[in-house]
Design a protein around this ligand. Structure first.
Ligand SMILES: [Zn+2]
Length: 276
């Protein structure tokens, strides 16, 4: 989807024809900005784009910034034609799970580069990331004080391409989640993955999410443990983890949980009989 499509759809129901003509006339600017965004994102350079825009904003105020923000709320989120584009963008999240925490239900679209600072990306599809309400609120309009202090952009930053990096250590309840740096990551990517993890409080939230998954499976795990022994339970947990990884990805929090359970001697011998 392109910004031309979101602009056309959002403007469709506008009653104010002067504003409508004015916004539609910005299509060329918005499309140019979209191209700049994609090139910058592909070269891991969105940070420069953001800081340059932030510094120059007081010199070059965008007169249509407020109109574009209003168009986002009223046109893209609130009107029929815009809303169908909005819903299409939300549907880009596999299994309807937030792309920032990987768990909670999608509430809205997060502006990766905030609309208050960078109004030209307000309705730009590549800048709109399906997110849960909590992640959206936690991120706010931060851009990052340094290149390493930036949350990940789910469409462009893929630390998981080099394999597993999210691990769950289980030697007692609660489960401890941690990031294990891949040797193929550079220092900036390492900082950003850690920053993302901290910003969205993922260690704490994942540990909380675990409780319902463990509770739902514990009856079966106890039965396997009692009737077939510890090695059978380990084999079951391993298979469950592999199956989950195949569906949800190797670095989904609940895949990490399942591998953590399979690798945990404590769980197989003791934890399986203790409530999380
Ligand atoms: Zn989330």
């Amino acid at each position: 989807m392109t910004v031309k499509e979101t602009l056309t759809a959002s403007c469709k129901g506008l009653r104010n024809s002067v504003l409508k003509i004015r916004l539609l006339a910005r299509e060329r600017d918005l499309s140019a900005a979209e191209k700049t965004y994609i090139v910058a994102a592909e070269h891991n350079d969105l940070y420069t784009l953001a800081t340059t825009a932030r510094k120059s904003e007081h010199l070059l105020p965008d007169r249509d910034g407020a109109h574009l923000r209003a168009l986002y709320s009223a046109g893209l989120v609130g009107r029929k034609d815009g809303r169908s584009k909005y819903d299409e963008l939300k549907a880009r999240a596999p299994f309807g799970r937030c792309l920032l925490c990987g768990n909670s239900e999608i509430g809205s679209l997060d502006h990766h580069l905030p609309k208050d600072t960078l109004p030209l990306y307000t309705i730009c599809p590549v800048n709109l990331v399906p997110a849960c309400g909590k992640c959206n609120q936690m991120k706010g309009d931060r851009i990052g004080a340094t290149a390493g202090q930036r949350t990940l952009h789910p469409y462009y930053d893929r630390p998981g391409q080099t394999g597993r990096y999210l691990f769950a250590d289980i030697t007692s309840w609660p489960v401890q989640f941690r990031i294990q740096t891949s040797p193929e990551w550079d220092a900036e990517l390492h900082d950003r993955v850690e920053y993302h993890f901290r910003t969205f409080k993922l260690a704490q939230r994942y540990a909380e999410f675990c409780i319902s998954v463990v509770t739902a499976n514990q009856w079966l795990h106890q039965k396997i443990r009692r009737e077939s022994g510890a090695p059978a339970l380990t084999a079951h947990l391993q298979e469950d983890a592999e199956q989950h990884a195949g569906t949800h990805g190797i670095n989904a929090w609940d895949t990490a949980l399942r591998y953590g359970l399979a690798d945990s001697a404590w769980y197989v011998h003791q934890g399986v009989f203790e409530s999380p």
